[in-house]
Design a protein around this ligand. Sequence first.
Ligand code: SF4
Ligand code: SF4
Length: 128
Amino acid sequence: MSVMTIFKTITRNLFSRPPTSRYPAEPAKYYDLTRGRLVFEPAECRLCRICMLRCPTQAITVDREARTWEIDHFRCITCGNCVDLCPANVLHLETAYRSPETDRPGKEHHVIPAPPPKAEAGCETAEA
Ligand code: SF4
Ligand code: SF4
């Protein structure tokens, strides 16, 4: 490589924008298909365990007895498998980048509310 070529390369690099962004100092670009953090809405979860059984990284743990749903965000690779398979549509991927986890091991824990007791057939009281 000649001295001239090296000089040209140095000059070009000095006066051009860096190829990488200065995230998080500058806001990141988000796209429609950006796969960000997995978000869970516990109210309608059926505790069916499909998300746990089909997660390739075993990031989700569902305990039917204790009625708990838990995710380890450090294991989640945001593949979207659980989002596609959840029959209750209570999982989705935010179109944003995941914020830093400060609570190691990055677990998010939910207790699923019990469904209201069903009224027994024939128990309706007719108001006179
Ligand atoms: S697949 Fe959906 S409904 Fe079933 S346990 Fe997971 S989050 Fe709940
Ligand atoms: S997005 Fe993928 S890796 Fe993350 S919890 Fe769902 S199935 Fe597992």
